[in-house]
Design a protein around this ligand. Structure first.
Ligand code: AMP
Length: 419
């Protein structure tokens, strides 16, 4: 394993720039991805922001371009903020080289882009929509492209950029190096990886520790109208000894407590509209085991410190990824194990994807007959038996399909090959 930048065969000018940045040693994703990219391989990198992924794709790209001329590298980013950030980092890394980095994104004057584009760049960082504008007007020529980078591919797809990316891919030479980075790998991202990468090497940054170890997390796919029914069924299962159920709203919490009581479940409720005395009482009842279930809103959970919670159930998918992490952190404290269950209706897929992006991994989906929704979004596809079998042979990656077509084990192996 590489522990020092000097062990990477990077141009001395790049090593100098790295030193200027104050980096002393490569991050794990850099140590894994840079040698492969320098060897000319396509890379499928699974990494979130903060792992050093930008340098992981930028350093080998600049090394490759060094000494040549013309637009030879394109980095696609989902947002203008990320594009600017990537371009700034790239400019820093390239500062001792004769290489120029440009950036274009929506919401600014096309005329200004045009002046910049005429100046000639070696590396262009762009958001997909604005780049398409320029490609259509003939302002950008990608025919000499050597390296294509897709950064935060999952977010680009969440933002609906797949058609634009397809169009951009059509403008890129087939013979090129592609570096593909994504925090999560749901089916649509795997499909894009399959379509854009050739015989890639797969590298993965250590999964983030944002959610407590020892918490098993699941997502139940459920019709919105059937959430209470499924909740009651879950609460009837063995081991549901001490359960916090989170709802998005106070009204939702009150409505739910009525239904639980009607079904004979011992439950209590805590939210911002309840007085201090009531809240303390609710918490005491829950702590003493008089109530097996505590219903709470996010506001109420602050400072909530209860030992031995067996399950956290999100009745609604939280709007804020941070809120998910906090809620899940209520269980499995101090080395205990616990389980976190999120009930997701079809309308909440966007919130779920944001959470998965934040925690850097996908959560397993579960369906219960009689409760799940009919037409499932592509994302929610459950793996077939064959896919599940293939999972075990590819280091725990979940299986995918593309455009409804099942990938053969060989195709999957090609996408997910671990280098
Ligand atoms: P990124 O994940 O690319 O957004 O990078 C996150 C932050 O880590 C940025 O501020 C980088 O400047 C910084 N960084 C990248 N590589 C290293 C490294 N090898 N050592 C220290 N900091 C780094």
């Amino acid at each position: 394993m590489i522990t020092n930048f000097d062990q990477l065969e990077l141009a001395p000018e790049l090593l100098r720039a790295i030193k200027d940045q104050g980096y002393t040693q490569p991050t794990p994703i850099q140590a894994m991805a840079i040698p492969e990219a320098l060897a000319g391989k396509d890379v499928l990198g699974r990494a979130q922001t903060g792992t050093g992924k930008t340098a992981a794709f930028m350093l080998p790209t600049l090394h490759r371009l060094n000494g040549g001329e013309g637009l030879r590298a394109l980095v696609l980013c989902p947002t203008r903020e990320l594009a600017i950030q990537v371009a700034e980092s790239a400019t820093e890394y390239a500062k001792h080289l004769e290489l120029w980095v440009g950036v274009i994104y929506g919401g600014t004057s096309v005329q200004k882009d045009l002046r910049d584009l005429k100046a000639g760049f070696d590396v262009l960082v762009a958001t997909p929509g604005r780049l398409i504008d320029h490609l259509e007007r003939g302002n950008v020529d990608l025919s000499q492209l050597e390296v294509l980078v897709l950064d935060e591919a999952d977010r680009m797809l969440d933002m609906g950029f797949r058609p634009q990316i397809n169009e951009i891919l059509r403008h890129c030479p087939r013979k090129r190096q592609t570096l593909f980075f994504s925090a999560t790998l749901p089916n649509d991202v795997k499909s894009l990886a399959y379509d854009s990468l050739r015989d890639p090497v797969s590298v993965e940054a250590a999964p983030s520790m944002t959610t407590a170890d020892g918490v098993e997390q699941f997502v139940y796919l459920v019709d919105q109208k059937k959430k209470t029914g499924l909740l009651l069924e879950l609460l009837a299962r063995p081991g549901m000894d001490s359960v916090i159920v989170f709802t998005r709203t106070k009204v939702g919490a009150d409505r739910l407590i009525g239904k639980l009581h009607a079904a004979g479940v011992s439950a209590t409720v805590m939210h911002g509209d309840r007085g201090m005395k009531e809240r303390v009482q609710a918490l005491d009842d829950f702590r003493d085991g008089k109530a097996r279930v505590l219903i709470a809103t996010d506001v109420a959970q602050r400072g909530l410190d209860v030992e031995g919670i067996s399950h956290v159930i999100n009745y609604d998918v939280p709007n804020e990824p941070d809120s998910y992490v906090h809620r899940v952190g209520r269980t499995a404290r101090a080395g205990q194990t616990g389980e976190a269950i999120t009930l997701m209706s079809p309308g909440e897929i966007g919130e779920l994807r944001a959470i998965e992006h934040h925690i850097g991994r996908e959560l397993p989906r579960i369906e219960v007959e009689g409760y799940t929704f009919g037409a499932m979004p592509e994302d929610a596809k459950v793996p077939t038996k064959a896919e599940k079998k293939a999972v075990r042979s590819t280091r725990g990656f979940r299986m995918g399909s593309r455009a409804g077509k099942e990938l053969s084990p060989e195709e999957l192996e090609a996408i997910l090959r671990v280098g």
